[in-house]
Design a protein around this ligand. Structure first.
Ligand code: DGP
Length: 113
């Protein structure tokens, strides 16, 4: 999508601190980190949200978790632990409508709100 900020990051049209990329997914540091490690893992193909997912997207979205596992090890937080979150629509606080998996770690997480 031409006006999607994450599509622009994937294409390198706007700057970001990328930590991983391959033909299916890209990961970069969140601009407003909520933890010492806060990385967003996104599919290279634009999908608005989990609500917009179709059966064809299952592999792509599932793959984000494999990338998260790899990055958690790379960041040295795999053993200590980490949290993976996908916000969907307003009540969850989704602000960017391109599916993204938040990888949070490097501190002890509180109880989920
Ligand atoms: P969410 O609330 O789940 O939609 O999370 C969107 C996240 O995206 C939020 O934590 C801030 C981050 N974000 C928004 N714009 C940018 C950007 O231009 N660059 C980077 N690196 N992160 C962004």
């Amino acid at each position: 999508m031409s006006d999607c900020i994450f599509c622009k990051i994937i294409k390198g049209e706007i700057p970001s601190t990328k930590v991983y990329s391959d033909e299916h997914a890209t990961a970069f540091r969140d601009i407003q980190p909520a933890a010492p490690t806060h990385i967003l893992i996104v599919p290279n193909r634009h999908i608005d949200s989990i609500n917009a997912m179709t059966a064809d997207d299952e592999q792509t979205v599932g793959y984000l978790f494999s990338v998260a596992k790899k990055i958690a090890a790379q960041e040295g937080i795999a053993e200590g632990g980490y949290r993976l979150i996908i916000n969907t629509n307003a009540d969850a606080g989704q602000t960017v409508f391109h599916i993204h998996l938040h990888l949070l770690g490097g501190r002890r997480m509180g109880v989920m709100a």
